[in-house]
Ligand binder design. Structure first.
Ligand SMILES: [Fe+2]
Ligand SMILES: [Fe+2]
Length: 261
């Protein structure tokens, strides 16, 4: 945080609209708090992953805090008292799907932040967004390493990994971020539904993130899944075909042992 020159923020370069974008973005980053509770509950069988959570949580909260500090320069930081309005519990879910969803989610967020860093009208905000993008890409790599390790122990995990990735790639403009989406919340209400101004934020995301960014994400995800599955995946249809064949394999009864042996 001390690397960021908050005293050099050029206030004249920041419009009310940009400040509002940063405010909603700041509150979205707070959702790592609810996700951490979910991770520690649903990944109980994986102590290594739970230990990694201490780093992930620290870095995600740093995103919330750095954006909060930026808003403070303008006296526009979120009110501490109102933060519990956004709190939620995420429903228990199978950990392999959660892991793959977060892998894709971090890759997508890294691309968004990089885009916002390029588009930011103010130099310090540019710098903040570049740092956050770097963190999100590093998180994606950590999730990918955990997926690869889990797969080496249990190859059948390829099916939930491929299914969750497919879900993340389809309809990307929808409510798809794993820490904030409504269906994952215990009361069915998305974290983002609780954030006043999120609808505008969604519009800004669509305006600021060109289609080729999402296409780049798809290529990146397919490349890794090709490596992990040993199958060349060049399109989403290839991924659908892979999940169907894995599904079929998984539903086949195990071969009967030969009684003569
Ligand atoms: Fe983050
Ligand atoms: Fe992240």
């Amino acid at each position: 945080m001390s690397d960021i020159p908050f005293d050099q923020v050029d206030k004249n370069a920041v419009s009310d609209e940009t400040l509002e974008f940063v405010r909603v973005n700041c509150l979205m980053e707070l959702s790592s708090l609810y996700a951490t509770r979910m991770f520690l509950r649903d990944f109980q069988g994986n102590p290594d992953f739970c230990q990694f959570q201490s780093i992930w949580y620290f870095e995600e909260m740093r995103h919330y805090l750095v954006l909060r500090e930026y808003l403070k320069v303008f006296g526009a930081e979120p009110d501490f008292e109102s933060l519990d309005e956004f709190d939620t519990d995420l429903k228990p879910a199978p950990w392999p799907n959660t892991l793959a969803m977060h892998w894709c989610g971090e890759l997508r967020l890294g691309r968004w932040y990089l885009q916002w860093s390029k588009a930011a009208p103010e130099p310090v905000l540019k710098q903040v967004y570049k740092h956050i993008a770097d963190d999100e890409f590093r998180h994606a790599q950590a999730y990918e390493d955990f997926m690869e390790r889990a797969l080496a122990e249990d190859p059948s995990l390829l099916l939930p990994f491929a299914n969750a990735s497919k879900w993340m790639l389809v309809n990307p403009q929808g409510d798809k971020h794993p820490t904030t989406y409504g269906a994952g919340s215990a009361d069915g209400q998305a974290v983002t539904d609780r954030i006043d101004g999120y609808e505008d934020m969604q519009g800004w995301i669509q305006e600021s993130v060109p289609d080729e960014v999402e296409r780049g994400l798809e290529i990146r995800i397919l490349k890794t899944l090709s490596r992990l599955s040993g199958t060349q995946l060049q399109s989403r249809s290839d991924l659908v075909r892979l999940t169907l064949s894995l599904q079929e394999e998984a539903s086949m009864p195990p071969p009967t042992p030969n009684p003569s042996v």
